[in-house]
Design a protein around this ligand. Structure first.
Ligand SMILES: [Zn+2]
Ligand SMILES: [Zn+2]
Ligand SMILES: [Zn+2]
Ligand SMILES: [Zn+2]
Ligand SMILES: [Zn+2]
Ligand SMILES: [Zn+2]
Length: 633
């Protein structure tokens, strides 16, 4: 059955294209190869699809996706089920926020030996930064307390007395006054308040026994009505002061109370922001720059000052809302907020979509028209091709020519595996630099310069727009792919685990879309990066790597029938995620040679190409950077 003919069709190819379902099942159950391709690079599944036998195509697809017999690469872990790597910025549910605040409060309270409520007031007054608070505390604890509006705790005076007994005159009484009470009825339990019990001082003079107070406050805190707890007396609207609450309730209950007040925690914390999407109740924290730490720590001093001005940070609230940390608008990293708005200003000035009507540069107009209409002639046979998938690897249905949608070059030139380089993202400015050095410029030359400027804009705009189009074409995969996968999984496995077994496709689409968004915005970043120096080749190299990985992932998952085993798809999605983190991380560190960047001890750029390829790709300017990196490994 595996006998090869000239057209390289196997028995399974014939059975699939002839619609012989029973025969297909028989062959598959007896080990017929699923992934083998004929001369037209078609698997049996593709043949069934082309011949219109969708039930056979579905059957073969499920066998391919969930096949385990495919040889797994050395570096791939067969057991991986989830794609999600640690994100640079992660969303926080109310629960996470409460835990973060609780942890910070308890640690600070223990460290400074102050009550929880005092710790909260102190932290609130120091942007929730324990470092800032500690600095102020070490300078002068009493001033620090007074500025934060709290009474200095007795521990401060004990410390002072231990240091010097002469300072004892600054000691103020902070212990509650004790005075006996008798013959007073508690309005709740109607018992006499014990005479040796310390009074609970309310300004409204309402009196209750301590046991009733504690019971009342516990109920209120457990009900989540932590704020605006009023006096238990009927019709009394006097608020119970927080110091009183902490004095009465247990420490555990006090922690619960403080956890509810996350609004102020977020509002006054420079490292946490609410998701700006209407109705979303999530928040986002700004953790370590290298994203390697999984430890929740809201304390990140001076992180903003480390970020270069030519970029921005995109964050994900965890409910599918991506936004810019810096301007709260649509996510646009790595482009900076300023360049992002300049870019749209430029688009509205140039009106690229209207350029096709003018009699300007013919090539320019044609380029843009192609991208706007999503239709181009095949570069080989000139027959018209409509683009309806996100992937940029196009195959002409007439002449089978493989080409790149963006630069119209042969696709095989785009892979390092076949000796070529994926380089259609690079913008060559060598001619332009020569011209800039000339002092004399005739009018004709100036016009030429303007054309060059336009050419540069078109180069970046077309690639920007292309990723935008791909994003829109790939977005529906989130629902369609997931639905189809569920049907598939039901066919091959226990329906109870079908959801888990198909989650990979959803994760992969999410990673694909995130990469598309970053790639799209990276062309805005690239448009504004300085044209001389080492930063641009480094940026373009990493952009290329992300682009290549992304196109490969798109080819795997953006097709009518999947023909890639699950493990391969998961591995590719992880690669895309890593390359995206690498690019964003490198830009955040200023695209400096890796060993010179501060605070980068853990993460290294990883290159899959050898040194000689890099030399050709980057040119001599980048060589010293590479050498620095190589010496360190
Ligand atoms: Zn009572
Ligand atoms: Zn009262
Ligand atoms: Zn949100
Ligand atoms: Zn922004
Ligand atoms: Zn063609
Ligand atoms: Zn290309």
């Amino acid at each position: 059955m595996g006998l090869l003919r000239k057209d390289k069709n196997t028995g399974l190819h014939y059975a699939a294209s002839s619609g012989l379902k029973r025969c297909v099942e028989f062959l598959v159950n007896n080990g017929a190869p699923l992934f083998i391709e004929n001369v037209d690079n078609e698997t049996p599944c593709d043949c069934a699809e082309r011949a219109g036998f969708s039930d056979i195509a579905l059957y073969l697809e499920s066998k391919m996706v969930f096949s385990n017999d495919m040889a797994v690469d050395e570096n791939e872990d067969a057991a991986i089920v989830s794609i999600d790597l640690q994100e640079e910025y992660s969303g926080l549910k109310a629960q996470d926020l409460q835990e973060a605040k609780d942890q910070l409060l308890v640690e600070t309270s223990d460290m400074l030996r102050v009550p929880l409520f005092t710790a909260e007031a102190l932290l609130r007054n120091h942007e929730w930064s324990r470092e800032m608070l500690l600095e102020a505390w070490m300078r002068d604890a009493i001033v620090c307390c007074e500025k934060s509006g709290v009474n200095p705790p007795s521990s401060v005076f004990e410390d002072l007395m231990a240091q010097s007994s002469e300072d004892s005159d600054t000691l103020r009484s902070v212990t509650p006054r004790h005075h006996g009470q008798s013959d007073i009825l508690c309005d709740i339990c109607a018992n006499y308040i014990p005479s040796d019990e310390t009074a609970v001082p309310m300004s409204c003079e309402h009196r209750f026994c301590r046991a009733c107070w504690e019971g009342y406050l516990n109920v209120k805190i457990q009900e989540g009505e932590a704020h605006n707890i009023t006096c238990p007396a009927y019709d009394c609207i006097k608020l119970v002061p927080v110091e009183l609450i902490e004095e009465i309730v247990s420490r555990d209950m006090a922690r619960r109370y403080l956890q509810f007040d996350i609004q102020a925690f977020v509002d006054s914390n420079p490292n946490i922001k609410w998701c700006p999407s209407p109705g979303c109740i999530r928040a986002v924290k700004l953790p370590d720059m290298d994203g390697a730490s999984g430890v929740m720590s809201p304390v990140q001093p001076s992180i903003a000052s480390k970020l270069p001005g030519d970029t921005s940070r995109s964050v994900d609230c965890g409910s599918g809302h991506y936004f810019c940390w810096d301007c709260l608008g649509e996510a646009h990293a790595p482009a900076s907020c300023e360049n992002w708005s300049k870019w749209f200003q430029k688009i509205s000035e140039i009106c690229p979509e209207a350029l096709c009507d003018t009699s300007g540069a013919v090539e320019t107009s044609a380029n843009i028209l192609w991208l706007v209409t999503n239709a181009k002639p095949c570069p080989n046979c000139k027959s018209p091709i409509q683009k309806n998938e996100g992937c940029n690897h196009m195959k002409c249905s007439k002449c089978k020519h493989d080409f790149c949608w963006v630069c119209l070059e042969q696709w095989k030139k785009h892979s390092s595996a076949t000796g070529g380089y994926f380089r259609c993202n690079r913008y060559d400015v060598s001619k332009k630099v020569d011209e800039q050095t000339e002092v004399q410029k005739t009018e004709a030359e100036q016009k030429h310069m303007a054309n060059k400027e336009m050419h540069k804009f078109v180069h970046y705009y077309t690639r920007f727009k292309n990723h935008d189009n791909s994003f829109k074409l790939e977005e529906p995969l989130l629902t369609t792919a997931k639905e189809k996968m569920l049907i598939l999984a039901n066919a091959v496995s226990d329906p109870a685990t079908a959801d888990i077994e198909t989650k990979f496709i959803e994760d992969a689409v999410h990673q694909l879309l995130k990469a598309r968004r970053v790639l799209k915005c990276s062309y805005v970043y690239g448009y504004y990066i300085e044209e001389v120096g080492i930063r641009k080749p480094i940026f373009e190299f990493m952009q290329t790597e992300l682009e290549e990985a992304t196109e490969n992932l798109s080819q795997m998952i953006n097709r009518p029938y999947l023909r890639t085993p699950r493990n391969k798809i998961i591995g590719q999605a992880q690669l895309v995620t890593r390359k995206r983190h690498d690019l964003i991380g490198a830009i955040a560190r200023g695209l400096v040679p890796v060993d010179l960047s501060p605070g980068n001890s853990r993460k290294k750029y990883s290159f899959d190409v050898d040194f000689s390829q890099l030399e050709i790709l980057l040119g001599n300017t980048a060589l010293m950077w590479i050498e620095v990196r190589m010496r360190s490994t």
